[in-house]
Write a protein that binds this ligand. Structure first.
Ligand code: ADP
Ligand code: MN
Ligand code: MN
Ligand code: MN
Length: 369
């Protein structure tokens, strides 16, 4: 059990949450900061925004989020997508925003801007993604949730897809997050307990083009926000515990319309061939500290080499057995870490598989920070 649990006073809060808003609509603007975390702030509207164009640009102090120097600290928030808010209900919304500097250029950590250009250029290919987000629960003292203090649980084995006390922890958070995503319209496609105790996974997708990064970002926001109510900390670190414990990834599944049709295996093989030639470039944008995870052990392939195979969970790329059998479908890139920026990953996959476009270079973007 956790040593200390700080839980918000839900019953007290409920009294106030049921007070009428008298026509006001609350919009929680969320964005990715300079440390790959999510930030948010809220404002009131007195007319319900119907489309994204009804939402004004806003700003914040970028010097407090690692996104700007103090001397020129204003960063602008440009709304790009909106979702029903499962925490406030009613007409209240979550607004996903991109960050721009005061001179109008995209902020160094705004990887969505260039990703959107790639998706637009290749929109006829109808590229889809599905991301499997793994994460680890910690208590508020920094211990893995439920682990014995100063010790370790029994070795891995009973926990993956586990059922029962001592095998899984915080199923309440997982269930609450699942419902919250559904309410917000996120295409969450499943959940499961992971190999390391207190590690879980949710899947989002298939999502077309830019909506993959958008929906994963909102799903991550909701996970942090739900876990806050339960006094639990969510970690997206790819190797939260050294030793004989599985790391955490963000397997990224991908397909184009051609791959999804009979005979599609030819296009899947072509894509894998192209990926094999840009292994280094992909690893460069597949998450920080990913080298601690991609060791060649614990169901990973080594970061040093590229490999692919049918039903092989020890390779960089895996073609699901069912896809190989049918001859069309999709494939899985197992290299991305749990802490990826999803726009970098879906961006470089699109760039490598469907071709680069003028003025966009996915790898170069990370060097501007
Ligand atoms: P695994 O067996 O690797 O654990 P999961 O069931 O956890 O697989 O995740 C499979 C992912 O593949 C889901 O996110 C799903 O949305 C995605 N997916 C399914 N079909 C496609 C497709 N045609 N194109 C892209 N992604 C897909
Ligand atoms: Mn999975
Ligand atoms: Mn998994
Ligand atoms: Mn997988």
């Amino acid at each position: 059990m956790a040593q200390t649990t700080i839980i918000s006073n839900g019953a007290n809060l409920a009294k106030y949450m049921s007070l009428p808003q008298k026509g006001a609509v609350l919009a929680e603007y969320i964005w990715i900061d300079g440390t790959n975390n999510i930030r948010s702030k809220c404002r009131t509207f007195y007319k319900k925004p119907e489309t994204i164009d009804d939402l004004p640009e806003w700003n914040f102090d970028g010097s407090s989020t690692n996104q700007a120097p103090g001397s020129n600290s204003d960063i602008y928030l440009r709304p790009v997508a909106m979702y029903p808010d499962p925490l406030r209900l009613g007409d209240n919304i979550i607004v996903l925003a991109e960050c721009y500097n005061s001179d109008g250029s995209p902020n160094a950590f705004n990887y969505r801007h260039e990703c959107a250009k790639l998706m637009e250029a290749h929109k006829d290919e109808k590229i889809w993604f599905g991301i499997e987000q793994e994460y680890t629960l910690f208590d508020n003292l920094g211990n893995v949730y439920g682990w014995p203090v100063g010790g370790f649980p029994a070795p891995q084995g009973p926990y993956y897809c586990g059922v029962g006390t001592g095998k899984v922890y915080c199923r309440d958070i997982v269930e609450a997050h699942y419902r919250a995503c559904l309410f917000a319209g996120i295409r969450i496609s499943g959940i499961n307990a992971e190999v390391m105790p207190s590690q879980w996974e949710f899947q989002v997708g298939p999502c077309d083009g830019i909506s993959m990064g958008d929906e994963l970002t909102v799903a991550r926001y909701l996970l942090h926000r739900v876990a806050e109510d339960f006094g639990v900390v969510i970690s997206f670190h790819p190797k939260p515990l050294k030793g004989d414990w599985n790391g955490a990834g963000c397997h990224t599944n991908v397909s184009t319309e051609k791959m999804r049709q009979p005979g599609g295996m030819k296009y899947i093989e072509e894509a894998i061939e192209k990926l094999s030639k840009r292994h280094k470039e992909h690893i460069a944008v597949y998450g920080e500290d990913n080298d601690l995870r991609l060791t060649g052990r614990h169901e990973t392939a080594s970061a040093a080499t590229f490999s692919s195979g049918v039903a092989n969970r020890g390779s960089s790329i895996r073609i699901p057995r069912s896809v190989a059998k049918e001859g069309f479908g999709y494939f899985e890139d197992r290299r991305p870490a749990s802490n990826i920026d999803p726009y970098l990953v879906t961006g470089i996959m699109t760039e490598t598989i469907l071709g680069s476009i003028p003025d966009v270079d996915v790898v170069k973007q990370v060097s501007r920070k």
